[in-house]
Design a binder for this molecule. Structure first.
Ligand code: SF4
Ligand code: SF4
Ligand code: FES
Length: 530
């Protein structure tokens, strides 16, 4: 057990582990000390002096972000001396700031704006021309710098050095000419570069993808998990008017701490494009009911054709889909009597793996599907190469496929056309939807409630943030409708009931939690980031 230190902050007794800084110790009793350069996930250089506090017995104010607690220490965070010093530091920070909040992307979630309103709220005493610095500087793949807005806190430099392990940013010049810039010969191009935007307390670093797209306070936030790879970074999905505008990381010390990779942030874009709008049968628009009836008739005919009829049917689970969706299809396969179970998903990309967050498996739920199959079915799910071989050999007459990224070669794709029925539940139009004789629109990760299991076996909750387009529905609902038509008794009143059943049937999921429903929160000066 770590050693505990006892001290007093503003007269209140506080006990915290040894090594805690005064700023964090104050937080434990609900005392918020203002700060700019401190970040709990980075080192503390104490450069902004916005967090000054008075410590009894010390002649000068001390930065609370940098000062560790000591036994019997007495701290004042709200003495007149402290408040005046913090107001003066804030005024100093603002001296050369352009205050272009009306056109700044950080407005509404800017720490400088927030602290000005909370602590200072006075007119500027500057009646001369401010120091001008470069604006709209393209410093990297995804980032634009406005050096005038920069308050020289160095958080962005530290996030590159300490998280991405790439020293791409630095400070140049001194005094009021000091400015953030890229290191000589460098660009801000590391795979974690957009974390600099999150940690920037002002609008000096903006993401090219989000610049001028939306005001922060118009966004709503929903907690979820990145679908970009098997790490399962925790995210906030920021959306408005039915569209997702950005993903940002959500703190989870066990998974991603405070960070996520750039590639993961852009996974929201696939929610918008090439979506299947409505059901089709043999290329013609149809209702979902009619499309499922068509598929059910053909599958039932095969099942009833002989003692091995069920083995003519294969099901394709998907590492891109939730545990609940895969569980539903696996239950259907078991009830139908087939053990021809395949697993689809994006092929691995070993070159992207690093020791930070990025995983070679670019599917969010491979571990979950493998656990389900090994627990509930006999043997393992077969991969796409075996599916291609079985299609080429003609041993399959029907396929029920869940989702995208079924990686088949041209010969196997053409073999799909020869099957009696290919029931394809897909969010996207692709080479399979062109060939399947029954296509049903399905929802994506940002449109459903469910869970993913990350590479470490942690079952994490995903939440519906936006409505799916057209008639798209969650896979598990479509599977349930199909089972009814096949005369298979599988039904759940809602996805949570499905999750509870799965949790009871799969020992590895016994500790999984569905979690609370997240109320829709609008980002109104939330101050939750930065
Ligand atoms: S750009 Fe932002 S994060 Fe970087 S030093 Fe300036 S204010 Fe700090
Ligand atoms: S590391 Fe993986 S899970 Fe994390 S943000 Fe990147 S793609 Fe998403
Ligand atoms: S937050 Fe403590 S000196 Fe900047």
């Amino acid at each position: 057990m770590s050693e505990v230190v006892n001290l007093k902050i503003d007269g209140q007794a506080v006990s915290v582990p040894k090594g805690t800084n005064v700023l964090e110790a104050a937080r434990t009793i609900g005392v918020d000390i203002s700060y700019f350069c401190y970040h709990p996930g980075l080192s503390s250089p104490a450069v902004c002096r916005q967090c000054l506090v008075e410590v009894k017995g010390q002649p000068k104010l001390v930065p609370s972000c940098y000062t560790p607690v000591a036994e019997n220490m007495e701290v004042s965070t709200a003495s007149e001396k402290t408040l005046v010093a913090r107001q003066q530091m804030l005024e100093f920070t603002l001296v050369n700031h352009p205050v272009d909040c009306p056109i700044c992307d950080k407005a509404g979630e800017c720490t400088l704006q927030k602290l000005y309103h909370e602590w200072d709220h006075k007119h500027s005493r500057v009646d001369y021309d401010k120091v001008h610095k470069p604006k709209v500087v393209d410093i990297g793949t995804h980032i634009v710098l406005d050096a005038e807005r920069c308050i020289l806190c160095t958080r962005c430099i530290r996030v590159c050095d300490e998280v991405a392990k790439e020293s791409e940013l630095t400070m140049a010049f001194r005094g009021d000419r000091e400015q953030l810039t890229v290191a000589p010969g460098k660009r801000l191009a590391n795979p974690y570069s957009i974390n600099t935007v999150d940690v920037c307390p002002v609008g000096a670093l903006t993401s090219k993808d989000f610049r001028f797209a939306m005001r922060a306070w118009e966004l709503y936030t929903v907690p979820s998990v990145c679908a970009g790879c098997a790490t399962g970074c925790n995210t906030e999905v920021h959306h408005a008017q039915g569209q997702i505008h950005r993903l940002i990381p959500r703190e989870n010390q066990a998974v991603n701490k405070f960070w996520m990779c750039d590639e993961g942030r852009f996974t929201y874009k696939e929610v918008r494009v090439r979506r299947v709008a409505g059901a089709r049968v043999q290329g013609e628009p149809a209702s979902i009911e009619r499309a499922l009836s068509f598929a059910a008739e053909r599958m039932s005919a095969l099942r009833n054709a002989g003692p091995d009829g069920a083995q003519l049917l294969g099901v394709v689970l998907n590492a891109q889909a939730s545990n609940e969706d895969n569980y539903a299809l696996l239950k259907a396969a078991i009830a139908l009597g087939t053990d021809r179970i395949y697993l689809a998903g994006r092929p691995p990309r070993p070159e992207r793996e690093d020791a930070i967050l990025r995983h070679a498996d670019v599917n969010p739920n491979t571990s979950g599907v493998r656990t389900l199959v090994s627990t509930l079915a006999t043997g393992k799910a077969k991969g796409a190469p075996q599916l291609a071989m079985d299609l080429a050999s003609g041993s399959l007459k029907a396929l029920w496929i869940l989702g995208d990224h079924v990686e088949l070669d041209e010969e196997a794709l053409e073999a799909l056309r020869a099957l009696d029925v290919v029931l394809y539940q897909s969010p996207h139009e692709n080479v399979i939807s062109e060939r399947a004789n029954v296509v049903i629109p399905s929802s994506m990760w940002a449109e459903v409630n469910g869970t993913f299991t990350n590479a470490k076996g942690l079952v994490q909750r995903i939440r519906s943030a936006v409505e799916p387009p057209g008639e798209a529905r969650p896979h598990w609902q479509l599977i349930q409708m199909m089972c009814k038509k096949l005369g298979v008794a599988i039904a759940w009143p809602n996805v949570r009931a499905l999750f509870n059943e799965m949790k009871q049937s799969v020992p590895d999921f016994a500790q999984a939690e569905w979690g609370r429903e997240a109320p829709l929160v609008q980002l109104r000066f939330a101050g939750s980031r930065g």
